[in-house]
Write a protein that binds this ligand. Structure first.
Ligand SMILES: Nc1ncnc2c1ncn2[C@@H]1O[C@H](COP(=O)(O)OP(=O)(O)OP(=O)(O)O)[C@@H](O)[C@H]1O
Ligand code: SF4
Ligand SMILES: [Mg+2]
Length: 341
């Protein structure tokens, strides 16, 4: 047995490194990230574009491109996916860990009816017969809020709206009752009202079914009221992780603090991209030594550029990798009372 957390966690990522070879050099897209998701828990993963969120998700799903490498541990229900034989891993992906992507138009097969796409996994992984799988498919569509499921089952993806396609994708992901659902920017391609409906649906599924959820977004407002814990990534590193309440009310990493300060009001309607901090992410092929946020940090001191900041616990279930953490509260938080709306 790995540790006591392995018993209560569905996923435990330890010292994960993922690098991708590019013509310009090696991109260390994920650099020594450790994260845990408890059973049935929702973890939000936020960070600017290019911070390594999708590469981490792909590493968990075994979907990294061929010219990439991975090290560390990805322990799913006590077994390290990185050291399991390929055949055993393949039984976990799609069955016990499912993923919902940004663009349902591209992840659904355009020439196959909804019914077959929904029933395929149940027939293969759960061994259901045709009639039973079909009736489960109808129930799943109802559960994810697709009206008139009998008619929708006969449709091809292009006959559905973007929001309906994303609901179908979620139904497919849930079909085999996974223990972990990874949603990578699941609503970016949708209009604002539909975005909110889909995000609320994911949260409902997570709480009602007890499916653990990793909700990835470059938008803080997406995770604010819908997750139990939040992880903040910066340039491939984990900057801060803690309960969503704690991270939003009392961000301790200078980067998170700047992000929250950069978003004037946070609610589910307003989706503000996190690009308001002066400067840009460092060159992923040649990041600076020490803290990668240093060139943009207004609180930086000499030691910040010398060595990687060490992850330290600042309070129960709240860790920060910053040499000069933001002082603990009493300090009022910009953005107001975000959590639990
Ligand atoms: N297939 C790839 N080939 C080369 N580099 C890649 C590839 N995929 C990702 N990268 C690089 O890895 C780093 C992390 O990218 P990633 O897609 O994980 O960012 P992200 O946090 O998901 O950003 P976004 O919010 O835009 O989705 C970036 O520097 C990116 O350019
Ligand atoms: S480690 Fe230093 S440079 Fe990095 S965020 Fe903290 S204070 Fe700023
Ligand atoms: Mg991404």
């Amino acid at each position: 047995m790995h540790s006591s957390t392995a018993l209560t966690s569905v996923l435990e990522i330890r010292n994960l490194h993922a690098h991708i070879a590019t013509p310009r050099g090696v991109v260390r897209a994920v650099d020594d990230v450790s994260l845990t998701i408890g059973r049935g828990q929702a973890l939000g993963v936020v960070g600017e574009s290019g911070s390594g969120k999708s590469v981490m998700a792909k590493a968990i799903m075994g979907m990294l491109p061929g010219r990439s490498g991975c090290s560390g541990e990805i322990i799913f229900q006590g077994r390290d996916l990185l050291s399991l034989p390929r055949k055993e891993r393949a039984q976990i992906w799609g069955r016990h860990i499912a993923m919902v992507f940004q663009d349902p138009g591209r992840s659904l097969n355009p020439v196959v009816r909804v019914e077959r796409q929904l029933t395929e996994g149940m027939r293969r992984h759960l061994g259901l017969g045709r009639t039973e799988a079909r009736s489960r498919a109808g129930e799943l569509l109802t559960e994810v809020g697709v009206p008139d499921p009998e008619r929708r089952l006969r449709c091809y993806p292009h006959e559905l709206s973007g929001g309906m396609r994303q609901r179908v994708m979620i139904a497919i992901a849930l079909a085999c009752q996974p223990d972990l659902l990874i949603a990578d920017e699941p609503t970016t391609a949708l209009d604002v009202t539909v975005q909110r409906q889909i995000l609320d649906l994911l949260r409902r599924v997570q709480t009602e079914r007890g499916t653990a959820l990793m909700l990835i977004s470059h938008d803080l407002a997406v995770v604010a009221g819908r997750t139990d814990r939040t992880a903040v990534m910066y340039a491939g590193r984990l900057a801060e992780v803690g309960t969503t309440a704690s991270v939003f009310r009392a961000p301790r990493h200078q980067y998170t603090h700047a992000l929250l300060g950069a978003v004037p009001t946070l609610d589910h309607e307003r989706h503000t991209p996190l690009r308001l901090i002066h400067g840009t992410l460092p060159d992923p092929v040649a990041p600076p030594t020490g803290c990668r946020f240093e060139p943009r940090c207004t609180a930086a001191q000499a030691q910040c550029g010398e060595a990687d900041p060490v992850m330290a616990t600042v309070e129960h279930d709240h860790q920060v990798a910053c040499c000069v953490p933001v002082p603990a509260p009493g300090t009022p938080l910009t953005g107001g009372d975000l959590v639990g709306r």
